[in-house]
Design a protein around this ligand. Structure first.
Ligand code: PEP
Ligand code: MG
Length: 366
């Protein structure tokens, strides 16, 4: 059943929209989620996590092949198998969003999730690459990390294998051209680089993206309009926001990772003692659910101020889980962000919370 807002609730939401200044986008990578979010009033996609697309159907087979190839040629061959599907993914999202902004985050995988796990998977990759199974096992072992969330992920993967981001950028631009030809509408594409710590990382990736945009534009006789920006999810990125903004047209605060890296608290493993921390009054809330305004929030304030000092029209949003939490939305309004982005079913809550924030009514989270 497709959810729909109707009756008194829809009217209330209309009132809320008349009051709020903070835009509300959604986190979505499937057409179904994007369509649901639009019905709930999302004003664009604030985060499309492309790594989720890489697990679809049998794409993961090509992904494993890409990761375990030992040369660029092998990786490019595997990427060529994924490219048409990736282009179609973006065509569908652009069509559903019909001119609203769509922020596509380039691949940000914990690498270990892409590695073959069973003997049968190992054997399959070995067969496809035409190398011995033992060799594949050795390559997989080399990629093993003890701390993958702080390892070879985000932009670090783009630096190691720029051909991955190149394929994704091409898929985005070709999809934008296709949608424009089909519907006569321009696409508002924002390309986002994850886990950036330094300006140089962003510059290197921007070079790849701009070059692909040039090629695709020339080939199709069009000038492509797009933005390149970064996630701010490491304390260093927040502190160096002034120089990072020289190369970024927008920032999106990835508060899941920013919370993890600010507290030095694993977002995957800390549940066992978080409850005790709350009971003992050490934490007022679970910081992964409600933004820690004093610590993580301070980094957001700093990045906001330093970023906008460099670039007055720097677009600022948040796409961590906090984007759908009323108390956190209140903070986002206060600090002066342009939008929050949250999962589809939290979009109505975020719209209401944004209106209440604009009216100066602080909300309690429980
Ligand atoms: C984040 O870190 O807040 C974020 C949105 O990215 P992800 O959850 O995919 O790491
Ligand atoms: Mg993140």
């Amino acid at each position: 059943i497709q959810p729909e807002l109707s009756g008194d609730f829809a009217e209330l939401m209309d009132w809320a929209d008349g009051v709020r200044t903070l835009k509300v986008r959604t986190n979505a990578e499937t057409p179904a989620d994007a369509a649901t979010a639009r019905k709930f009033g999302a004003e664009g996609i604030g985060l499309c996590r492309t790594e989720h697309m890489f697990f679809e159907g049998d794409r993961i087979v090509a992904v494993r092949q890409m990761i375990l190839s030992d040369d660029e040629k092998g990786r490019r061959a595997a990427l060529a198998r994924i490219a048409p599907m990736q282009r179609q993914d973006f065509v569908e999202l652009f069509e559903i969003m019909a001119g609203l902004p769509v922020t596509i985050r380039l691949l940000d995988p914990p690498l270990h999730e892409f590695l073959p796990k069973t003997d049968a998977e190992m054997a399959q990759v070995a067969r496809e690459l035409g190398v011995a199974e033992k060799e594949i096992e050795a390559r997989a072992a080399k990629l093993h990390e003890f701390n993958p969330m702080l390892g070879h992920r985000g932009v670090r993967l783009g630096i190691s294998y720029p051909e991955i981001y190149e394929m994704q950028a091409r898929a985005i631009f070709e999809a934008a051209v296709e949608v424009r030809k089909k519907h006569g509408k321009t696409v508002d594409a924002e390309i986002m680089i994850p886990l950036v710590a330094t300006k140089r990382e962003l510059d290197l990736m921007k070079e790849v993206i701009d070059q692909v945009a040039n090629e695709v534009g020339k080939l199709n006789g069009v000038t492509l309009d797009y933005k390149v920006g970064t996630m701010i999810e490491l304390p260093r990125a927040a502190l160096r926001a002034g120089e990072i903004a020289e190369s970024a047209e927008f920032f999106s605060f990835g508060t899941n990772d920013l919370t993890q890296t600010t507290f030095g608290l694993s977002r995957d493993d800390s549940a066992s003692f978080l409850e005790r921390y709350q009971r003992r009054g050490i934490f007022e809330h679970d910081p992964f659910a409600t933004l820690d305004v004093e610590g993580v929030g301070e980094l957001i304030r700093i990045a906001h101020e330093r970023g906008r000092r460099t670039r007055k029209d720097l677009k600022l949003g948040i796409c961590g889980e906090h984007g759908g939490d009323p108390a956190s939305v209140f903070f986002c309004h206060q600090v002066g962000l342009d939008y929050v982005s949250c999962s589809p079913f939290r979009v109505p809550i975020a719209r209401l919370a944004a209106a209440q924030a604009a009216l100066g009514v602080a909300l309690k989270t429980d």
